[in-house]
Design a protein around this ligand. Structure first.
Ligand code: NAP
Length: 289
């Protein structure tokens, strides 16, 4: 029997509504509307589209769009100055430095300037450390979105075997940490993993974030597993992921489509994190998405 599709668009719409309600409640209680500062350096067309979508989504839930744009030849000092001003600005709840940056800029040094309570992507060392230590903090949006999708579809995580393909600081590593925090037994695979399919075939939950189109086929999936495809690749016939969907769907129990799976969840969780950041700065307790 073909796997059930995990509808990221529908779940993301629910998250956005929750965030819109949370913003309205915050403002009704006399708090400030959350402000999201997206920082875009240069003219990369894909980043331009991503940032535009994030800004639109932020306004749609009642937040304030505080976008900053710098030219491709901006110096490290110029970007430092913009980030430092945003860090001090009380109207700014959350700062998102759009990656990748032009090659001449030191991304790690720039990320280090973002205060951890405004680090809406959960990319600072402080927030990564909090996650690793199992403490509350802002979590990277894509893995947080995957966790929410798994929860919405009732996938048991405690005691489950989970495999994550990819160990980037943006997706794979925090994904593994989030699954571990939910008491899954986690295998973290990467490009040097000797027999990828042997590891992934053991998994009740498989999250694929390698950026290698079609990397995972039906032979690498345990029958009945939940398969989450984070990869995005634009081919001649549209968007595809890292999973060979049609074969995988015949073996998996649940599977995300590309598009319409993880992608919409990433922006929804960015909004949820921006609300969390605003609450943190206004000394209100975190409300978990
Ligand atoms: P990344 O920084 O390039 O990391 C890719 C990871 O995959 C690395 O850890 C790499 O291993 C591993 N890998 C590469 N080839 C592999 C192979 N053949 N077998 C096993 N592991 C392999 O990419 P990323 O930022 O994590 O993104 C991953 C994918 O997710 C991309 O397609 C990206 O576009 C997509 N993405 C989607 C969303 C969304 O909202 N849907 C958000 C973020 C990213 P090594 O560490 O050994 O090099």
């Amino acid at each position: 029997m073909a796997a059930e599709l995990m509808d990221g668009r529908a779940v993301a719409a629910r998250v956005r509504q929750e965030v819109a309600d949370g913003v309205a409640e915050l403002v009704a209680q006399g708090g400030r509307a959350p402000g999201l500062a997206t920082v875009l350096v240069g003219d990369d067309p894909a980043s331009d589209v991503y940032v535009r979508n994030k800004r639109r989504a932020c306004v749609a839930v009642g937040m304030v769009d505080l976008h900053r744009r710098l030219p491709a030849d901006a110096t490290q000092q110029q970007v430092d100055d913009v980030l430092d001003r945003l860090a001090e600005d009380r109207e700014v709840s959350a700062i998102l430095l759009q990656l990748p940056l032009p090659d001449h800029l030191d991304a790690d040094a720039l990320l280090d300037r973002i205060p951890s309570d405004k680090d809406v992507d959960g990319l600072t060392v402080t927030n990564a450390g909090r996650l690793a230590h199992g403490r509350p903090g802002l979590r990277p949006c894509t893995p947080a979105g995957v966790e929410r999708l798994l929860d919405e579809y009732g996938v048991p995580l405690a005691g489950a075997k989970a495999a994550v393909i990819g160990r980037s600081v943006l997706v794979g590593r925090p994904m593994a940490q989030l699954l571990l925090a939910r008491d899954a037994t986690v295998t973290l695979c990467h490009s040097r993993t000797k027999d990828l399919a042997a590891d992934t075939r053991e998994a009740d939950v498989l999250v694929v974030a390698a950026g290698v189109p079609g990397l995972v086929g039906a032979d690498a999936i345990r029958p009945g597993a939940a398969v989450i495809d984070v990869g995005i690749y634009r081919g001649e016939s549209g968007l595809h992921g890292d999973v060979r969907f049609s074969g995988a769907r015949e073996v998996a129990g649940l599977i995300t489509p590309v598009p319409g799976g993880v992608g919409p969840m990433t922006i929804a969780m960015l909004l949820a994190n921006t609300l969390q950041a605003a609450r943190l700065q206004q000394h209100l307790p975190l409300v978990l998405p």
